[in-house]
Design a protein around this ligand. Sequence first.
Ligand code: NDP
Length: 309
Amino acid sequence: MRILLTGASGQLGTELRPVLGAMGEVSAADIVSPTDWKGAFHKLDFSDPDGLDWLLQQVEPDVIVNAAAYTAVDRAESETAVANAVNAAAAGRVAEWASAHDAFLLHYSTDYVFDGKAQRPYVESDSPSPLNAYGESKLAGEQAIRESGCRHAIIRTSWLYSAHGHNFLRTMLRLGRERSHLNIVSDQHGCPTWARNLARVSGIVVERMGAREGAVDDMTADSGIYHYCDRPATTWYDFAQLIFRAAAARGLIERLPQVEAVTSSQFQTAAMRPRNSVLDTGKIERVFRIEPARLEPSLEACLEDIQGQ
Ligand code: NDP
């Protein structure tokens, strides 16, 4: 199986490389080159349509795993054109190619396609209504993929963290070392998800849906949207407390900072964020027979990775 992995240097892409590497011949692409990667690599700006076409023609993938994205949620408010070029136009172009060449596309989207007004976890069929430009661009990417008619799975996920890249866990570890007092938002609910768990789930999806002849067993897995996140849901405030306790126990921070709960309105950011972005994972559990990973052991395993760096 020839696999093209875009966004290979990002936090999810980094975790996807070994998983996909065990399944086929991986060509990695990103705007910056990945560390510790000995396979084929193509440097590519996703907002360059000609470069994208060239890459697809060169690699001729059977499977495209698109982990490239413009993920700077606040900056997207002022850089809307770039966010749309990467998250919507490029995703659509890849999907058109996949449709024309019968390739399978695994793409990622976000809890931020929802407005957070629901009083329960969001299912795939709930109507999206993004509150910010990033969510708008990701929703446009989903729509372009669905309209292309290619074989695809779009996994919406939430609150990704890993030992690499920009994420809440690494920010908390840095701030926990620098400051004795922190204000953390306590009225946004979501499911922190270890990128490695999502990479493992992605491997299962590619194994089932990636083969040109279709599913490898008697269960059907239709093209469409699937929600995956670890469980249980929490708030940024409670997640921060969990991080600090676990990090202090491992000696990653010297002392527990004092953490104060604040509301979203007290903690102004350029982009609005949903109050509830908890995703219901029932569909992916049923179709792919998977059990979502648990937050606490996943966080411990990720901290162990960080400790070993
Ligand atoms: P990252 O930002 O860590 O990785 C995305 C990768 O894409 C980075 O290496 C980034 O490079 C690269 N990239 C950005 N712009 C371009 C461009 N113009 N051309 C080529 N490559 C580019 O994201 P994650 O791994 O966290 O996210 C993976 C997926 O999950 C994305 O689809 C994201 O929308 C989705 N998601 C993420 C969540 C999160 O909390 N992070 C939550 C929900 C969904 P660089 O770092 O240099 O910008």
